[in-house]
Design a protein around this ligand. Structure first.
Ligand code: HEM
Length: 405
């Protein structure tokens, strides 16, 4: 039987060859005692469970096949609207969970007709704030370059009307920017180069010898409530405990640590969240204080008086392991709309009011509820009554939507 009868394409044949070759090399490497084996106390002649897990992970990384996404049919920088994430649930109980789901590999990065605004905000932030917002630790440079290469492969395949693959990198056909990903040194911080290509904020976490993951590269430009400079270098746990994320120790930490250890490059994971913001600034929420104040938070925020000052901020986050460097890539895409706009949608005011009422004291404090609850809940209740009065059938809601929509 000829090779062409077995492999659909020469690319598949090459991939299969590389897998076999790498497994052979790995096999030899595994059989040779490593420095770690010499230093570590012997546990058994057959090697430890940890060794087995490491070898399995290495084999998984080698066997990972580059995914070429399908083009997003009909996508246009003028007409494709932001996706309508409405990721809040009815009470009476607000359940704290990791809330992860699998994301189709084609849908890793979402772009829409707000690209020009996000791109301009990001360029201004990189210019004005520099390494307060974008930084790559020397240890994370290979991972940041891998992310740049992943985007350089993914974006032109997924959004061919916006990006073109070139001999040396990627062109943005709308902005006229050309990114050279092979020159050294790179023109700017690799995370900034990545961030200019997408609407998301980006972070990379690298595993440390003690098994923790640390934030060692990021371009965090539109996060609204937190600053890269506060969290840079921290472990996943410290990132969350320093922000007083409710019930982190009790309900999230153990699961997250395990999840990070087990993540493999074949699967992309996603989660959504939502916040209320009392001003209309996507990059930084000025109503909680100046971005340069030593400490910022809801404590320093003014109470909101009118509904037109209430904005709905919702993040769509993804997590994936990069196959070569094994860094974890965290993307944060923010969707940002006036409350008065989403409250026009069927079911939204009733469900959002119920969700806000379901927050316990810790969640309420974290999300700043006392600064806006009375004006916002009055308004949402009124809009809900209006919808009911106009014949909205609440019992049919589940037929028309499913979380996170
Ligand atoms: C399994 C993955 C993760 C889970 C389940 C998770 C969960 C959470 C939760 C529940 C919150 C509170 C706000 C919300 O509802 O989203 C939060 C906040 C936050 N998370 Fe995560 N997170 C994850 C991964 C990450 C990663 C990889 C980073 C790296 C940058 C990160 C950075 C943050 C930051 C900076 C905040 C805000 C903290 C603050 O208010 O100071 N998270 N996270």
């Amino acid at each position: 039987m000829s090779a062409s009868a077995i492999f659909a394409s020469s690319e598949d044949a090459l991939h299969a060859f590389l897998v076999v070759a790498c497994i052979a090399v790995l096999h030899i490497a595994i059989r040779r005692p490593s420095r770690r084996h010499v230093d570590a106390p012997e546990t058994s002649g057959a090697g430890t469970a940890m060794d087995g897990a490491i070898h399995q992970n290495v084999i998984k990384a080698i066997c990972y096949k580059v995914h070429r996404p399908q083009p997003y049919h009909g996508w246009s920088i003028h007409d494709t609207k932001p996706l309508p994430y409405r990721a809040f649930r009815y009470g009476p109980k607000y359940n704290i969970t990791m809330g992860l789901r699998t994301i189709a590999a084609d849908e890793w990065i979402e772009l829409d007709n707000e690209f020009p605004k996000y791109h301009a905000d990001k360029a201004a932030r990189i210019h004005e704030r520099g390494d307060k917002c974008t930084r790559t630790d020397p240890d994370a440079i290979p991972a940041a370059i891998e992310l740049l290469e992943e985007l350089t492969d993914y974006l032109p395949a997924r959004y061919p009307s916006l990006f073109k693959r070139t001999r040396v990198g990627i062109d943005n056909l709308w902005s006229g920017e050309s990114v050279n990903t092979v020159e050294r040194p790179l023109r700017e911080d690799p995370m900034a180069l990545c961030a200019r290509l997408v609407q998301d904020d980006l972070a990379l976490l690298l595993e440390q010898p003690d098994g923790t993951y640390r934030l060692l590269a990021g371009c965090i430009l539109l996060a609204g409530f937190w600053r890269l400079s506060d969290k840079f270098g921290m472990s996943l746990s410290d990132i969350h405990t320093s922000g007083n994320v409710p019930f982190f120790r009790e309900k999230l930490e153990r699961g997250m640590v395990k999840f990070f250890q087990r993540m493999n490059p074949d699967t992309i994971h996603g989660r959504n969240n939502y916040f209320i913001q009392l001003d209309h600034s996507l990059p930084w929420s000025h109503s909680i204080g100046s971005e340069d104040d030593p400490v910022v938070g809801w404590n320093t925020a003014e109470r909101a008086e009118i509904i037109h000052h209430h904005w709905f901020r919702s993040e769509r986050q993804t997590l994936r392991r990069l196959p070569r460097t094994r860094a974890i890539c965290f993307t944060i895409r923010t969707y940002f709309l006036p409350i008065t706009q989403i409250a026009e949608e069927d079911y939204v005011p009733g469900r959002l009011a119920s969700a806000i009422r379901s927050w316990d004291d810790d969640v309420s404090k974290y999300k700043g509820r006392e600064k806006y609850a009375s004006v916002l809940l009055d308004y949402l209740d009124r809009k809900h009554q209006e919808q009911m009065h106009n014949g909205l059938d609440v019992s049919r809601e589940e037929e028309t939507r499913r979380y996170p929509w």
